[in-house]
Ligand binder design. Structure first.
Ligand code: GRF
Length: 192
């Protein structure tokens, strides 16, 4: 089945709201989708995205994050069991170890709310506004063992207006994220 349609079995990792998860699920339901979402994993029992996965009837699992090693061991088992070919991090707030990345040995993508290499890590919108930047943006990149530093697949800028607050900028960036992530997946899978 899987090979016949050439779709990648995809796991989405989340920690919270899950608006990117929603955009990826919508994309996965389009005729030309290159992915099939087989699993949603969260480290957080209260992640809103889990309700959406439930409503969408997507297998979803919470793995308690007591420490990185036990979390990653359980995650690896789950990924194998579900024949996952691709991981998309979508607001997943934990850092995956180099050892996990090597053991999984398949692509892991992430979406980050800044125009990388600017503002790796947290509070990207706050920092862009404090520095009076003229633009911000969003980036989809391959995950490697350095935070927000893997190869960039696709990125898009948004203008920061004088009137923008951290909240309004976040809203604008999130809007472009929802289009950017599916596009980046298409671009990435076209060459892999
Ligand atoms: C997004 O801004 C994403 O770029 C970042 O975390 C946020 C997650 O939002 N990594 P959501 O949970 O997808 O709504």
């Amino acid at each position: 089945m899987e090979k016949l349609f050439g779709k990648k079995n995809t796991a989405i990792l989340i920690s919270g709201r899950g608006s990117n998860l929603r955009s990826l699920v919508k994309y996965s339901k389009t005729k030309k989708s290159l992915i099939r979402i087989v699993l949603v994993v969260s480290n957080n029992f209260n992640a809103k995205g889990l309700d959406y996965a439930d409503r969408s009837k997507i297998n979803n699992v919470v793995i308690k994050y007591s420490n990185r090693k036990s979390f990653e061991d359980r995650l690896l088992k789950l990924l194998k069991k579900n024949n996952v070919d691709l991981i998309c991090l979508a607001g997943f707030m934990k850092i995956l170890s180099g050892s996990f990345i090597r053991k999984f040995n398949k692509p892991i993508l992430n979406i980050h709310p800044s125009f990388l290499p600017k503002y790796k890590g947290l509070n990207t919108h706050k920092r862009a506004i404090q520095n009076q930047d003229k633009y911000s943006g969003a980036t989809v990149h391959i995950v490697n063992d350095k935070l927000d530093s893997g190869k960039i697949i696709l990125q898009k800028k948004v203008k920061i207006l004088k009137s923008d607050s951290e909240k309004s900028l976040q809203k604008k960036v999130l809007k472009i994220e929802h289009k950017l992530y599916p596009k980046a997946i298409i671009r990435f899978l076209a060459s892999h």
